[in-house]
Design a protein around this ligand. Structure first.
Ligand code: PLP
Length: 416
């Protein structure tokens, strides 16, 4: 079995190990929640001070031009695009994942409605275990449209082929499931949707910066995702939306704010969508938060998604191996697929007292999180998680379980 010394040795030979120093991680913490809120790049603080003191404080409104504030959603989109297989002019960093999903879904339904061959399609296919906001946004959109759209929820990825049919307008999937860590085969699923005449919208919230994504090669139609998870953009950092060039002319979204106008400063009374990705924008962005997205992307630019993926699989394999070996006496159930192709960058285990055990872990500095029902979630971020971290986290878990050192009556917290 792998020893702690083996882990230290792997850390010594890890080509990503030097990047850890670019993050500010508190002493005594093993941070396994970068899938929910990424750690802070050290330069974020410098950048925040620059934006607040210089760009805002000193340069004031001139910064919309001189500091490039107005172009920021598109410039950051171009920096992010290579991580997801996009190209220049196809990604905007803006708004939230929920809002971008609303825009993407509305645009996809409109594309279908305007195509005579597809106009009668009224079903959105998604997963019951999708992150709830994705389902809620679809529910809100279809209820508001009031045109007979309905949502079909599948109960497992295996049900996807049978669920897509001649009535399907859009398939809306999250690439890596937030709870189980299951990863869809993007190419195969996109092909299924297209063979049936449907469009496919992908949510990359748990994929961007965590697993290689190649939206063009894998035939995606539209995509959205998060920057505050594996991209380390900061709490509530604006999300992204990807609209490939081939769909941009047909991409019409209902949140037609002035930032999406062809001539925003003409102040015309009628909306005319901008050409290109700008038509996915709505209104003024939280510039301080938006600016910090660049700091996380800069760390990513120093490595490759292939290197990140290879370490991510090594870390998650190691965690599964050690938990199963060292905590074998305890009722832990692996939820995450063992097969590499079906795994994202986090690992989930059930335990009957999952919530209490997670609180005990957090109290001892091992920060993961808990998701209903009974699931303990551990995120592995190759940019700053070491092999020794994995070993130490499992050792603390083993101690807590062996000593039953957790409070089954622990009071529930809203977030962790
Ligand atoms: C994290 C996450 C979101 C977050 O949406 P917000 O609008 O940023 O709150 C949405 N969808 C999925 C699948 C997620 O994992």
């Amino acid at each position: 079995m792998t020893t702690r010394n083996d882990c230290l040795e792997r850390d010594q030979h890890d080509p990503l190990a030097p990047l850890r120093d670019q993050f500010d991680l508190p002493a005594g913490v093993i941070y396994l929640d970068g899938n929910s809120l990424g750690a802070r790049p050290k330069v974020s603080l410098v950048r925040a001070q620059q934006v607040i003191a210089q760009e805002w404080g000193h340069d004031l409104i001139r910064s919309w031009n001189t500091a490039g504030w107005f172009e920021l959603p598109k410039r950051l989109g171009n920096l992010l695009a290579p991580l997801i297989g996009g190209v220049d002019g196809e990604v905007a960093v803006t708004d939230t994942t929920s809002v971008n999903l609303f825009k993407a879904l509305a645009a996809a339904l409109t594309m279908q409605a305007q195509d005579p061959a597809s106009a009668g399609r009224r079903v959105i296919v998604t997963e019951r275990s999708n992150f709830p906001t994705d389902i809620y946004m679809a529910q809100g959109l279809t209820a508001w449209l009031d045109r007979g759209y309905s949502i079909k929820l599948i109960d497992s990825p295996e049900e996807l082929p049978a669920a897509i049919g001649a009535d399907t307008a859009v398939v809306m999937l999250t690439h890596v499931n937030y709870r189980s860590g299951h990863q869809y085969d993007m190419k195969a699923s996109s092909a299924l949707a297209h063979a049936a005449g449907a469009l496919i919208v992908w949510d990359l919230a748990h994929s961007a910066g965590a697993v290689p994504v190649d939206l063009h090669a894998d035939g995606a139609d539209l995509a959205v995702g998060c920057t505050y998870k594996y991209l380390n953009g900061g709490p509530g950092a604006p999300a992204f939306i990807w609209v490939p060039k081939k769909h941009q002319a047909k991409f019409q979204q209902p949140l037609s704010g002035w930032w999406g106008h062809a001539y925003p400063f003409a102040m015309a009374p009628d909306f005319k969508p901008a050409d290109g990705i700008a038509r996915a924008l709505c209104g003024t962005q939280p510039i301080v938060s938006l600016a910090l997205v660049e700091c996380g992307l800069d760390v990513h630019r120093q490595t490759t998604m292939a290197a990140i993926r290879s370490k991510s699989l090594a870390l998650t394999d190691l965690f599964i191996e050690l938990v199963e070996a060292r905590c074998a006496a305890h009722p832990l159930g692996l939820v995450t697929p063992r097969e590499h192709a079906q795994r994202g960058s986090h690992v989930s285990f059930t335990h009957p007292h999952g919530y209490a055990v997670m609180q005990a872990l957090i109290a001892r500095g091992v920060i993961g999180d808990y998701r209903e029902p009974a699931i303990m979630r551990f995120g592995f971020t190759p940019l700053y998680t070491s092999y020794a971290d994995v070993w130490d986290a499992v050792e603390i878990l083993r101690e807590i379980l062996d000593r039953q050192d957790y409070n089954v009556d622990a009071k529930r917290d809203a977030v962790t």
